[in-house]
Design a protein around this ligand. Structure first.
Ligand code: ACO
Length: 426
């Protein structure tokens, strides 16, 4: 707990002549924070901050973002370092436990996750209840929430060991659930997980193999997927993570909380943007149309926005988008005519927008969603699975924050207030 060690305060002058002192807290890095938790008790007033643009909702040791510099750290490690030097499961261990694993811990963790990938067989019955044209995100919300009804032995949130098992189950089973959603939607049989394969290879195998013939895992694709998972693993108090924390703050079980996070991620302003980028690029179609779309994005009377551009926190290039651009180059070296055309279009769009005064002044840069869809598309993922991949990757971030919140003795049920503008008593 940060206890205002330096004894510095902000003074708030109120219209009634009264003033109060509010403690200023310091994190390890990043801006100072004014602690307003005593404000209502002392003044009878609330703060007003729609969209929480100036509000810190908790203390956290997991992830740090410097939006001005375009820097993202997990437990102190730069995202570029992790994407180059670690695997998704090593990054997952880091997020969960605070340090990268040594050789033995890594082996034990990989073994534990690998041996939790199968689902209770009865869960497969859920899929038959969905329409075959259901969006896989809809299926993911439902099936992950339904896990609460199957894994009763890991829903006691007061028990650390049960929390650990629930966390491992979620990380391990999410690719299985996601792949089954895809297989159901295309009318193919479910493919069981294989313990011979690593996390990303197993995911590809469950998605794309069929019983009738042998499936060859493409090394470049498996590595690219692993890096995509690392890049999406966590991003501090974004909308879906805050949703998981808020749901969990009431004491709800982890499967229900993660299902709430998936619902929040689905929206096009958040994880749904990768899907929206491909739709936008297809609509732009040709380099010669870019200028017209950039003008549309700048027009206040037109709801169109450049998808994959802009970010609440980054006022600089999203460091994840930089890594993704390199991955895209690797994946597209193989023959992918259609996606190469989209990639060229995206690079030109980026180039034009980054030199346009509207985007420069508003500090709008490409975000993670700008290039991820192109890579996934080239690897054979249908557009409807893009946000699902994001959800699989982000599960470890959500569950790490959920665990951190439960272990934080100062955390309370989340309960924001409002500025009431409705009818007076009548
Ligand atoms: N295209 C055109 N103009 C934009 C864009 C964009 N992509 N993004 C922001 N702006 C403009 C806004 O119109 C606004 O202009 P104004 O100040 O004149 O009113 C200004 O830039 C600030 O934008 P806000 O919407 O106020 O910023 P906010 O922080 O609330 O929104 C968001 C951030 C939702 C990401 C926004 O930039 C956006 O809609 N981007 C497109 C969708 C997208 O790519 N989402 C993925 C985000 S990353 C992620 O979740 C993984």
């Amino acid at each position: 707990m940060n206890d205002n060690k330096n004894n510095i305060f902000a003074k708030l002058q109120l219209p009634n002549g009264k003033s109060i002192k509010l403690p200023i807290l310091e994190g390890t890095v990043g801006p100072q924070v004014i602690d307003i938790s005593s404000l209502y008790k002392e003044t009878g007033m609330f703060t007003y901050d729609p969209g929480f643009t100036s509000t810190g909702s908790c203390e956290s040791k997991i992830t740090y973002i410097d939006g001005e510099k375009g820097m993202l750290l997990h437990r102190g490690y730069e995202i570029e370092y992790l994407a180059t030097n670690s695997s998704y499961l090593e990054t997952a261990y880091l997020l969960l436990y605070g340090n990268l694993p040594d050789k033995q811990k890594k082996e034990d963790f990989i073994n534990a996750i690998t041996t939790h990938t199968m689902l209770n067989e009865q869960i497969s019955n859920f899929y038959k209840g969905f329409r075959d044209n259901a969006h896989p995100m809809a299926i993911l919300c439902g099936v992950v929430g339904a896990m609460s009804a199957f894994y009763h032995d890991s829903t006691n949130i007061e028990n650390k060991e049960e929390r650990r098992i629930a966390s491992y189950r979620l990380i391990a089973k999410m690719p299985t659930i996601a792949a089954m959603a895809y297989k159901f939607s295309i009318g193919q049989p479910f493919v069981y997980p294989s313990n011979k394969l690593n996390y990303s290879e197993n995911f590809l195998n469950m998605l794309f193999s069929v019983p009738a013939e042998e499936y060859q895992i493409n090394r470049v694709f498996a590595d690219a997927l692993d890096k995509i998972l690392i890049l999406h693993a966590d991003h501090e108090q974004n909308a879906s993570t805050s949703t998981v924390r808020l749901a969990g703050s009431s004491g709800a079980n982890p499967f229900a909380c993660i299902s709430a996070g998936i619902a929040s991620l689905w929206g096009p302003s958040h994880g749904g943007a990768n899907e929206a980028v491909i739709k936008m690029l297809n609509e732009i179609e040709n380099v010669k149309n870019i200028k017209q779309y950039v003008e549309k994005a700048k027009d206040k009377n037109d709801p169109f926005r450049l998808m994959g551009f802009g970010h609440r926190v980054y006022k600089n290039y999203d460091p994840r988008a930089k890594v993704l651009q390199k991955i895209a180059e690797n994946v597209l070296k193989e023959e992918h005519k259609l996606e190469n055309k989209l990639f060229d279009l995206a690079k030109e769009l980026e180039n034009i927008a980054l030199h346009d005064s509207y985007f420069v002044e508003k500090k709008l840069y490409p975000n993670i969603d700008f290039y991820s869809g192109i890579i996934l598309k080239a690897m054979g993922f249908p557009i409807s699975l893009f946000t699902v991949i994001f959800a699989v990757a982000r599960t470890v971030g959500w569950i790490s924050h959920w665990n951190e919140m439960i272990e934080d003795k100062t955390s309370k049920i989340g309960r924001p207030r409002q500025l009431y503008i409705g009818e007076k008593p009548r």
